[in-house]
Design a binder for this molecule. Structure first.
Ligand code: IMP
Ligand code: MG
Length: 177
């Protein structure tokens, strides 16, 4: 008989599902206003974006395309400092309005790399939407155009964010000690 899985300890709640929902609606309205009369490509950064992007996309009232970039720079709780593309866009973005959708910006290394990479493909515009932003001392200068929440230091999980692939399915954003 397979051994039962040990019940996992639930991370403490940092941002409730209700607060996230309300903020996502605000972001969607802002994006809809800013891009009025245009169409938009949401580029989600895998895998952490998948819950946020799914909710955000449904609050944006514009002709919309969705594409994904896969990026890997973290092992467990620590960044390796090396950014690697694991999945590339399925379609060209030349001449298009592109909004990068990220779960969290910490050091800014990933975003900095992605912005430089995508800029070479000549989009009409390129902006950033991140659910969470950490106050990192050694932050790269990345402008976050649409930000959900600023959080304290600590490791955030849930609502798509993982710790070694766990906790992505939590409906809230929690903190792991
Ligand atoms: P950065 O390159 O340091 O800005 O890190 C960005 C990426 O690292 C994010 O896309 C996340 O996937 C991951 N990351 C950074 N901080 C956290 C965290 O607190 N929880 C979960 N993932 C994180
Ligand atoms: Mg991650």
């Amino acid at each position: 008989m397979p051994s039962p899985t040990t019940p996992e300890e639930k991370p403490e709640v940092l941002i409730t599902a209700a607060r996230i929902r309300a903020r996502v609606v605000e972001l969607g309205a802002e994006i809809t206003r800013d891009y009025a009369g245009r169409s938009l490509v949401l580029v989600g950064v895998l895998k952490g974006c998948f819950v946020f992007l799914a909710d955000l996309a449904r609050t944006v009232d514009l002709p919309l395309e969705v594409d994904f970039m896969g990026i890997s720079s973290y092992e467990g709780k620590a960044t390796t400092g090396v950014v690697r593309i694991t999945v590339d866009l399925a379609r060209p973005i030349e001449g298009k309005d592109v909004l990068l959708v990220e779960d969290i910006v910490d050091s800014g290394l990933t975003m900095d790399y992605l912005l430089k990479n995508l800029a070479t493909r000549k989009p009409r515009s390129l902006k950033v939407c991140a659910l969470l932003e950490k106050p990192a001392a050694a932050r790269r200068q990345v402008a976050i155009d649409y930000r959900g929440f600023q959080i304290e230091d600590g490791f955030a999980v849930g609502y798509g964010l993982d710790q070694d692939e766990r906790f992505r399915n939590l409906p809230y954003v929690g903190l792991v000690r």
